[in-house]
Write a protein that binds this ligand. Structure first.
Ligand code: HXC
Length: 258
């Protein structure tokens, strides 16, 4: 499919999706969000893809929802198109691992899209924020929920109420990102992490993602039960057999996603 606001490249089992509206710091308009969801769903369905990487430019992962596009919308319009709800639901349904590689600004909807990915690798110039309050609105795609789960109430309130940005070092310290790397090495480090994931059994990787995500939805006892059931279920796969045999035979496992 031909995209206008993103660039998609599949190579060596990794689907790299680059947000590409440089004139607007990758602001998320409805076309971009639509194209992004289609690309994610295509990657999820493409058997040669084993991991997805989502990134932006050096200056901006994404500076938020497109303010120009939103500015003239009435409540009735926003309510009728159910603005951004569709993207939020569809991204949660992607079963393959998604890494967000964030350089520069990840603000508003940009921060929210990054948080909807499975983990974030940040360049040392990354800046995260939920500055919607400056526009007279609030976060609309998880910025009051996922951010709170990631960094706790105090920092989430601070960011949502003052609109201040969090730099990469604070984001690392607060658990918003999994690691910080020099800006110049962002893609190298991210692709290396993606390659590591791509080497695993895709069944196990999908299951690990499902298990961790479950922890946000259910109480601990229930989550532990789900985890145990998923763990047991993997003993029905050839990959479990191969993984354990390979360890005992001191060789690399050859997973076949079966
Ligand atoms: C539309 C945007 C934009 C946005 C930047 N631009 N952010 N256009 N929507 N969210 C455009 C600018 O208008 C400008 O276009 C060009 O990108 C470069 O931006 P500058 O402001 O000139 O760059 P700079 O001075 O470096 O400042 C960078 C910035 C600032 C700090 C990121 O652009 C900024 O504050 N942007 C808005 C951030 C924001 O409020 N995000 C939340 C949006 S609400 P021109 O044509 O003038 O060159 C939201 C709701 C989420 O996300 C709901 C669910 C998705």
């Amino acid at each position: 499919m031909a995209y206008e606001t993103i660039i998609v490249d599949v190579e060596d089992h990794i689907c790299l999706i680059k947000l590409n509206r440089p004139d607007a710091l990758n602001a998320l308009n409805q076309q971009l969000l639509g194209e992004l969801m289609t690309a994610l769903e295509e990657a999820d369905a493409n058997d040669s893809v084993r991991c997805i990487v989502l990134t932006g430019s050096e200056k901006a992962f994404a500076a938020g929802a497109d303010i120009k596009e939103m500015s003239t919308m009435s409540f009735a319009e926003v309510n009728s198109v159910n603005l951004f709800a569709d993207a939020n639901v569809r991204i949660m349904q992607i079963r393959k691992p998604i890494i967000a590689a964030v350089s520069g600004y990840a603000l508003g909807g940009g921060c929210e899209i990054a948080m909807a990915c499975d983990f974030i690798i940040a360049a040392d110039n990354a800046k995260f924020g939920q500055p919607e309050i400056n526009l007279g609105v609030i976060a609309g795609m998880g910025g009051s929920q996922r951010l709170t789960l990631a960094v706790g109430k105090s920092k989430a309130m601070d960011m949502n109420l003052t609109g201040r940005f969090m730099d990469a070092e604070e984001a690392d310290r607060s658990g918003l990102v999994s690691r910080v790397v020099p800006a110049k090495k962002l893609m190298e480090e991210t692709m290396s992490a993606a390659n590591k994931i791509a080497e695993k059994s895709l069944i196990a990787a999908r299951t690990a993602k499902e298990a961790v995500n479950r922890s946000f939805e259910v109480p601990l006892t229930e989550g532990l039960l789900v985890e145990r059931r998923l763990f047991h279920s993997l003993f029905a796969t050839e990959d479990q057999n191969e993984g354990m045999e390979a360890f005992l035979e001191k060789r690399e496992a050859q997973f076949r996603d079966r």
